[in-house]
Design a protein around this ligand. Structure first.
Ligand code: SF4
Length: 256
């Protein structure tokens, strides 16, 4: 387990360089032979991003766990801003899980239409409301296993709920997060569950949710899919920039 002390600038560069191929090993080989170098790099990334970004980094508007879980389901394939535009009217009309569970589906479809995939989403949020009402007695559950029983909720959405509502360790793997951690060399995987496990193993439980939020934010505003702004990136000195040239020339397969 990594110590809790702050990493020095020289230490950060050293841990980054170790993963840049100084040893001539592949990333997967290095993970087994130099586990501490991976933990050091993850901790350095966490410290730098934690200091750089505001404490509140969630962009969905919600007043309680029910509103958050419905908003998270609606956020698939659209922006948080777009979700926020519809949820005010949605939660005014259907303020509790039982209300939404019994709603007229056509009215729900009308209210959420602009978020896209509105038919599937209406079915999912009504199914989610029904499950929360009937199975969990109007309380959003606090374990991964229970959350995965709710229609429309996958591991990513469940992790958002666990971190944001229950303050539990949670690695939230979306397209931005997975791109950034691969470029940092913290994982070589494209499989969300494997990425989740590998990154969780590098961090203290209390760091995981904040790390997820700051890395996601960094991917949105600096480490863009096609044109990462490495020159002005605060991780520039420690990042091995794996696959970045391929991304710029368009030959990298960009996973979604
Ligand atoms: S912008 Fe460049 S230096 Fe920064 S994290 Fe992304 S790949 Fe690394």
């Amino acid at each position: 387990m990594a110590s809790e002390g702050k990493t020095t600038g020289a230490g950060m560069e050293k841990s980054g360089r170790k993963l840049m191929g100084e040893s001539g090993q592949t990333l997967n080989e290095s993970r087994h032979t130099q586990p501490q170098a991976f933990r050091d790099l993850a901790r350095s990334v966490h410290e730098l991003l934690d200091a750089a970004y505001p404490e509140k980094l969630g962009f969905l508007n919600y007043r309680n766990p029910y509103e958050l879980i419905i908003s998270v389901i609606l956020s698939a394939q659209t922006t948080d801003r777009q979700v926020n535009r519809v949820t005010g009217a949605l939660f005014t009309a259907y303020p509790a899980p039982a209300d939404l569970a019994r709603a007229d589906i056509q009215d729900v479809e009308r209210l959420i239409h602009s978020t896209g995939f509105y038919r599937a989403k209406a079915k999912n949020i009504m199914g989610a409301a029904e499950t929360i009402h009937m199975q969990f007695h109007d309380t959003v559950p606090g374990t991964m296993e229970e959350l995965l029983q709710i229609p429309g909720v996958g591991r990513k959405s469940a992790s958002v709920i666990l971190g944001a509502v229950f303050n539990k360790p949670a690695i939230i793997v979306d397209t931005h997060f997975s791109r950034v951690v691969r470029r940092l060399g913290l994982t070589g995987s494209h499989q969300p569950e494997k990425i989740e496990q590998e990154i969780a193993a590098l961090l203290m439980p209390g760091q995981q949710y904040r790390f997820s939020m700051t890395v996601n934010n960094h991917g949105r505003i600096v480490c863009h899919a096609r044109k990462p702004e490495c020159v002005k990136c605060l991780l520039h000195r420690i990042c091995p920039k794996i696959g970045v040239n391929a991304a710029i020339t368009g030959s990298e397969s960009l996973s979604r």
